[in-house]
Design a protein around this ligand. Structure first.
Ligand SMILES: [Zn+2]
Length: 148
């Protein structure tokens, strides 16, 4: 009977013990009781696991808001620049690769190589003109922004 009452008293203290809200004396009493009582020890471990889960979900929320902050921090201009760099470097890489494959292919005649070369040059020219137009528009936007 006495043991049971004792445990009830401790079960109320355990939450405070987990949160570190107890006085040193109380927390020592809980700690000693947990060492000697299986029932309270298991309920303490359950509470501890639960608290760990809650803390983990808190951290997850923090990570999400941090990620959101980073994404928001990337202004559209930065994103645009990154996109252009990605496109240009991808384009250049494909071009170099295609050019290499093309020039080492001995089954093609000089005329065929010339034709494909023209096509590639035309493609590059078109791409550069689009890029130039794009940059020009951006300058105009900047100018408009200053005017306002
Ligand atoms: Zn107990």
């Amino acid at each position: 009977m006495h043991q049971s009452n004792n445990c009830q008293q401790f079960s109320e203290l355990i939450t405070g013990y987990l949160d570190g809200e107890l006085t040193q004396q109380d927390s020592q009493r809980v700690s000693l009781h947990l060492q000697s009582c299986e029932t309270c020890k298991s309920s303490f471990e359950e509470l501890q696991a639960m608290q760990k889960l809650i803390k983990q979900s808190k951290y997850q929320n923090m990570d999400e808001s941090q990620l959101e902050h980073i994404v928001n921090d990337l202004t559209s201009k930065k994103l645009e620049l990154i996109s252009w760099v990605a496109i240009v470097s991808g384009f250049v890489f494909v071009l170099v690769l295609a050019g290499y494959e093309f020039w080492i292919d001995t089954s093609l005649s000089g005329f065929e190589k010339f034709t494909v070369g023209l096509l590639i040059a035309g493609g590059v020219g078109l791409f550069l003109s689009v890029l130039r137009q794009r940059l020009k528009n951006r300058k105009n936007d900047k100018y408009k922004g200053v005017k306002l």
